[in-house]
Design a protein around this ligand. Structure first.
Ligand code: FAD
Length: 360
């Protein structure tokens, strides 16, 4: 086993490439467009699940492992490439009560640093937040990354690491010989390899359908706004009522997002734009004065319970999957790539692989 072809140059495909190259494989990554232009570019970059206590333990464990290795990973990438992904300890403030969902028990079980906060503590942590919030949950250790910078850093790192990058060449077929995958067919070429990995984000289900596997990965659209504010206006990642506000270092502020199950359609709508602007102003009133710079959407690789599929195809030899990270691909990517490497190389795994394998 010497070579691997990875389909998909998002954060999952690129981090998988780095792991597999470090394991000694010859790696090629193929994308149908430029790398890092889909969900991995469009997302918010919060290095934590939103309302993290709501997820299955398998997601929490993957997120915890990623959070433990993120800092070292970013430092390792930056040693080679001079792009700052703005990996910053913003802290995350979840506004609202939620005690009926028992976040405290979840935090104790998983040893998460999380504190309940009252009105006075919210005012101290985030004086910019509107008066109406009397309870919240504070996660001091949550970081963020700036997505376009992280994907630029990853791509530049791949280019300097003798990994072969193929852009603007859609994969149309997984090549099969008997019971095994032997590479892929693209619009322009055939690429043969010992191992094939599908990391095609929201398109992974389509790519795998040819193999008879009906994986429940479907596009879930999220719309996002970017406001131009003064640096320091918003102090922390702030969540309330299923929406969030993310402050960037230069003062820009992201407002997100929607979860729209409407196929491969990336249109944005005036109605959602107004809803997100209203939400921002109701949560942090000074945001009403900030200029709206951009409005975009991305397609998350939605999976029913949010647990990604990481591991071997159940019926086709030498074919692997790393996909379905839904709302948490940025936080889950480092641990998912590490787990994939451990599964492919048959090394002992950091997490139980059976929690992420294809349900058959
Ligand atoms: C609005 C929004 C906000 C988000 N916020 C966060 C957040 O704060 N924190 C977090 O952790 N996650 C967040 N996410 C989720 C996160 O962005 C995704 O889970 C993650 O980016 C998935 O990465 P991926 O590499 O699997 O998919 P993608 O980034 O979509 O990459 C898949 C790649 O496969 C390529 N591809 C597809 N089909 C083919 C083909 N036939 N041939 C060749 N290439 C192909 C595509 O071109 C694409 O580049 C958010 C997502 C959105 C949309």
């Amino acid at each position: 086993m010497n070579s691997v072809t990875i389909v998909g140059g998002g954060v999952i495909g690129m981090l998988s490439a780095i792991q597999l190259q470090q394991a000694g494989l010859e790696v090629r990554v193929i994308d149908r467009q430029s790398f890092g232009r889909e969900s991995s570019w469009a997302g918010g970059g919060i290095i934590s699940p939103l309302f993290p206590w709501r997820y299955p333990d398998a997601v929490t464990r993957l997120a915890r492992l990623s959070q433990q290795i993120y800092g070292d990973l970013v430092a390792q990438l930056q040693q080679q490439v001079n792009i700052d992904p703005e990996y910053l300890p913003s802290g995350m403030l979840v506004l609202g009560d939620y005690s009926a969902e028992n976040p405290r028990a979840w935090a104790e079980q998983h040893q998460i640093n999380m504190q309940a906060v009252d009105r006075a503590q919210i005012r101290e942590l985030a004086p910019e937040v509107a008066e109406g919030y009397h309870n919240g949950w504070w996660f001091p250790q949550v970081h963020q990354v700036r997505n376009p910078r992280l994907v630029a850093l990853l791509k530049a790192y791949l280019q300097q690491s003798a990994i072969s990058l193929v852009e603007d060449d859609p994969v149309s077929e997984i090549l099969l010989e008997g019971p095994a995958a032997i590479g892929v067919q693209t619009e322009s070429s055939r690429y043969y390899s010992d191992i094939t990995v599908i990391a095609g984000g929201a398109w992974s289900g389509q790519l795998l359908a040819q193999t008879g596997l009906m994986l429940d990965i479907r596009p879930i659209k999220g719309q996002m706004l970017l406001l131009n504010g003064p640096p320091g206006l918003v102090r922390h990642i702030t969540l309330a009522d299923d929406r969030y506000i993310i402050p960037r270092k230069d003062g820009r502020v992201l407002i997100g997002s929607t979860t729209e199950d409407c196929g491969f359609n990336k249109d944005t709508s005036e109605q959602v734009k107004q809803q997100l602007l209203d939400y921002a102003a109701a949560t942090i009133p000074q945001l009403a004065d900030c200029e709206l710079e951009t409005h975009w959407s991305g397609l998350r690789p939605g999976s029913g319970d949010g647990i990604p599929t990481i591991g071997a195809h159940p019926a086709v030899q030498n074919l692997y999957i790393n996909s379905g990270h839904y709302r948490n691909g940025l936080v889950l990517a480092p641990a998912s790539a590490l787990l994939l490497r451990q599964i492919i190389m048959r090394n002992s795994a950091s997490l139980a692989p059976e929690d992420y394998r294809v349900a058959v």
